[in-house]
Design a protein around this ligand. Sequence first.
Ligand code: AMP
Length: 171
Amino acid sequence: MQRLKDKIRNIPDFPEAGIQFKDITPLLKDPSTLRLAVHQLIFPYLGEEITAVAGMEARGFIFGSLVAWELGVSFVPLRKPGKLPSSVETASYDLEYGSSNLEIHTDALSKDDRVLLIDDLIATGGTAAASCQLIEKLGAEVAACAFIVELDELKGREQLSGYRVHSLLHY
Ligand code: AMP
């Protein structure tokens, strides 16, 4: 895990004063550590029936797609407002910096789906909680939520009570 931690760069005061931004681009630049991270994300769910991976814009797209590819299942993008062209469900959430909505195509999932939710980082947990709402609005089940990084002091996990939550690195 130290190998993985070494590839997460801390950028103080980005995008605004007081935020310690965890930059995952050094991890993306290192293929063997990236592969390790994807395998570690998947490991707890091997042997379970997962039918789809959902990832939040934007960095959840990167890790979510890799996880979906590795599991051989669908990838469902959860997007910022106005980006998805067909009919959508919407959920709102608060960020560590600001607030926004997240959308999913209404035909992206159905009641037969068991979904692994993936993002790079959980901070306050608002994004992940809204994502779980979107998955459930379509009748699908949230199998678990998995993150590369968890910012423990923001207690995001508390927003996800009742869901299985797994993070590779804790700060
Ligand atoms: P939250 O809804 O507060 O859990 O915020 C999580 C989302 O915001 C994730 O999609 C992260 O990519 C992004 N994010 C929030 N805080 C940070 C941070 N300190 N460093 C990097 N990304 C962050």
